[in-house]
Design a protein around this ligand. Structure first.
Ligand SMILES: Nc1ncnc2c1ncn2[C@@H]1O[C@H](COP(=O)(O)OP(=O)(O)OP(=O)(O)O)[C@@H](O)[C@H]1O
Ligand SMILES: [Mg+2]
Length: 223
């Protein structure tokens, strides 16, 4: 059964009078429990595609279905709810909230989902621990290295145990040992609990583990 489906999706960005066709004629289907990698040159539309599939942004035309539900019909509020409970997103630029500590950043999605405080605390510490970051819990994002911020962003994406994890270059800032640790976490949640993983990466050790690779070029799927 497909968890994510894109039908005739396009995305244009308009700046002044100039239109950029970031994505054209995208059709794809991702099955529950798949681990899919997206590859392509810089500017080929990878982040744009992830944002649409992860319901962070909407297509200019075409439809995105999540669990067979057409997201075009959802209000902004319904989309936020869907994302909160079903999709964990790791942004290429992390987007940690600068005024919150590492702990509070990871805890936030669980707070928004009204998880009781005691449970939140345990889960947040477990997530930070799995990222090797317990001793950085009280640091503000500005007091963390790039790789540490990236791991906080990944921990935050795993809060609320989402069925779909969407990650944009999640190992871009990491050394090979930490990259390997992230991969093992992704693989284990993919294998043990069947979570669907969608990841943009240039790293061979990431893409070699994917079940399938989608190649993008100039905003289109190739091959
Ligand atoms: N908000 C925006 N407004 C205007 N143009 C944009 C916007 N976001 C992306 N673009 C353009 O759309 C195209 C695709 O961008 P996108 O970020 O999806 O590429 P990418 O494949 O993720 O690249 P990279 O590997 O460098 O991260 C690029 O030409 C980019 O300049
Ligand atoms: Mg990108």
């Amino acid at each position: 059964m497909s968890v994510i489906q894109a039908c005739n999706v396009t995305k244009q960005y308009k700046i002044d009078n100039i239109t950029i066709n970031a994505l054209s004629d995208i059709n794809l289907e991702i099955e529950a429990g798949e681990f899919v990698a997206i590859k392509g040159p810089s500017g080929s539309g990878k982040s744009t595609l992830l944002h649409l599939l992860g319901c962070v942004d909407r297509p200019s035309s075409g439809d995105i279905f999540i669990n067979h539900k057409n997201t075009s019909n959802l209000s902004a509020g319904e989309l936020v709810r869907l994302r909160l409970m079903q999709i964990g997103f790791v942004f290429q630029q992390f987007y940690l909230l600068p005024a919150l500590t590492a702990f509070e950043n990871v805890e936030l999605p669980m707070r928004e989902a009204w998880l009781p405080k005691k449970e939140r605390k345990k889960l947040t510490l477990d997530l930070l621990d799995s990222m090797g970051l317990v001793d950085r819990a009280k640091h503000m994002p500005s007091q963390l290295s790039g790789g540490e911020q990236q791991r906080v962003a990944i921990a935050r994406a795993l809060a609320n145990n989402p069925a779909i994890i969407v990650a944009d270059e999640p190992t871009g800032e990491l050394d090979s040992a930490n990259g390997e640790r992230i991969l093992e976490i992704f693989e284990s949640i993919n294998q043990k609990s069947g979570q669907t993983i969608l990841v943009v990466s240039h790293d061979e050790y990431v893409t070699s583990r994917a079940h399938r690779i989608i190649h993008l070029k100039d905003g289109r799927i190739v091959e």
